[in-house]
Design a protein around this ligand. Structure first.
Ligand code: MN
Length: 487
């Protein structure tokens, strides 16, 4: 039998011994035949791209049908195969996924903002039907980036730009950090080749030093933590070059002045042991001011959880320390897909089709809402901007006077808060109090604050609110009001 097929099968059956791979085998032969006389810019057989995408997807440990659809993902667009044939041979579930991927493919390229916004909408629409379509699309993009050097330069830049604007933020929003970082670094190398090369060289020069210091940190942490009897494992990773580059830009620093380019991790079993390990770290290392975040108590909107703190040893060396449980760790690498898998393993049934989407949606309610609200936006650029905002920001928790928790992106204002509580409250909002003090409507709310919205019968939204609200919900509701009450 084919060695490559064997490898793919074992990647799946190692995770799920009972997986039905009949269709997968069939798809392998089918796709190989359909793309038989096609070659990629690299000179490789086209089918090898389809296979590579399928292999990348097995990282997410999804069901065999998703991997099967990945093998077939370019058959509709790039071969003579028709949708009916796919449906007949592989059934609705797989054929629908392939069609979903093909619809996203047929978008215009990212030369304009509105084309990009159009792509976002298509991605969202695809997600609302079956999130696995996006996962296939992300794996497809990742493999295209890995082989991007064979494309003409202009095309390389277009693909890389679109990746930084669309695919990487999407991967981030879905919590698939592993793919996000790789996409960013590969795109960075294309878009800013000089900056990338310089940084890469500096990085290489420090490689030995970094490896040494990781060893030193490892011994130190194991020695200190070892006495406490808390189970944990240590892992370390160099931060992504693009991440370092952005930090240098943000803080206007040279590479040599960026201190914490090494990320250390302690992975343990329970959340309370995370805090126990944090306590030990604090007793033994100096902290670095302003560098502590507790995403366990306050998860990011994509469900990311971990404690982040920066520690300094006696010699003055600095490293970022992340503390998390195994489950949080899986989720931080593979995001929504890890969550999915986790449930599947927990015996809550095979998650596929509609039911799976609903359950994931519940956790990622931003997604459901953005899909609902996107129709309110007539201006594509505004939509893109708002969606990016919702993607990038951390989550804060603000309370109503009655103690109800309202989740908002960081930098949200009382108007965002009002609309999050209820559209009618937003529409009749005329003022706000935080902790019993009146505040301007454009105030940035902070986590833990109690916000009270003052309403009046004849109050109404104003156009200038659009300048400071940041949530899609507030923005779309204000727009709707203005449209309906245009004199
Ligand atoms: Mn492809």
């Amino acid at each position: 039998m084919d060695e490559k097929l064997d490898t793919l099968i074992s990647l799946i059956t190692n995770q799920t011994p009972a997986a039905d791979i009949t269709l997968l085998k069939k798809a392998y032969a089918f796709s190989s035949r359909a793309h038989a006389d096609q070659f990629r810019a690299s000179g490789e057989r086209y089918f090898l791209h389809c296979l590579a995408v399928a292999v990348i997807l097995t990282e997410l440990k999804l069901d065999a049908n998703t991997v099967t659809a990945a093998l077939l993902h370019d058959t509709l667009e790039d071969s003579d195969v028709g949708a009916e044939e796919l449906r007949r041979e592989f059934g609705h579930e797989i054929a629908d996924m392939v069609e979903g991927v093909t619809k996203i493919n047929s978008c215009n390229f990212a030369d304009s903002e509105s084309a990009q916004a159009g792509n976002w909408r298509k991605m969202l629409l695809a997600i609302s039907r079956d999130i696995r379509v996006i996962l296939i699309k992300l794996a497809d993009r990742l493999h295209n980036l890995r082989t991007i050097r064979y494309l003409p330069p202009a095309r390389q830049r277009a693909v890389a730009t679109e990746t930084l604007n669309l695919y990487a933020p999407f991967a981030q929003r879905l919590g698939i950090y592993r793919w996000k970082s790789e996409m960013e670094d590969l795109s960075f190398a294309v878009i800013m080749p000089d900056e990338y090369r310089t940084l890469h060289e500096q990085w290489e020069l420090r490689r030995g030093v970094n490896a040494q210091s990781i060893e030193i940190w490892k011994k130190l942490l194991e020695k200190i933590m070892g006495h406490a009897g808390i189970p944990f494992r240590f892992s370390a990773r160099p931060k992504s070059l693009y991440g370092i580059y952005r930090k240098m830009e943000r803080q206007r620093k040279q590479f040599a002045d960026i201190e914490d380019i090494i990320g250390l991790r302690l992975i343990t079993d329970t959340a309370s042991n995370c805090y126990a390990l944090l306590g030990i770290a604090r007793n033994n290392f100096a902290g670095v001011k302003g560098s502590f975040s507790d995403y366990i108590a306050m998860p990011k909107m994509n469900m990311y959880q971990s404690i982040h703190t920066t520690i300094r040893d006696r010699s003055g060396a600095v490293a970022e320390l992340q503390i998390r449980t195994e489950e949080m760790h899986r989720r931080s690498e593979y995001g929504v897909a890890a969550h999915w898998r986790y449930k599947e393993q927990a015996g809550l049934g095979i998650v596929s089709g509609e039911s799976g989407i609903e359950e994931i949606d519940e956790k990622l309610d931003w997604l459901k809402h953005v899909i609902e609200w996107q129709n309110e936006f007539t201006d594509s650029r505004e939509f893109l901007e708002t969606f990016r905002t919702e993607c990038m920001f951390e989550q804060i928790f603000v309370f109503t006077p009655k103690g109800k928790v309202i989740k908002l992106p960081k930098n949200a204002t009382p108007v965002d808060f009002a609309y999050a509580v209820h559209a009618a409250i937003g529409n009749s909002c005329c003022g706000a109090r935080v902790g019993n003090r009146p505040v301007p409507l454009d105030t940035h709310l902070q986590s833990g604050e109690i916000c009270e919205i003052l309403i009046q019968k004849n109050a109404h939204p104003y156009e200038h609110w659009l300048a400071f609200v940041i949530t899609a919900k507030a923005r779309s509701r204000i727009r709707r009001y203005l449209r309906e009450h245009r004199a």
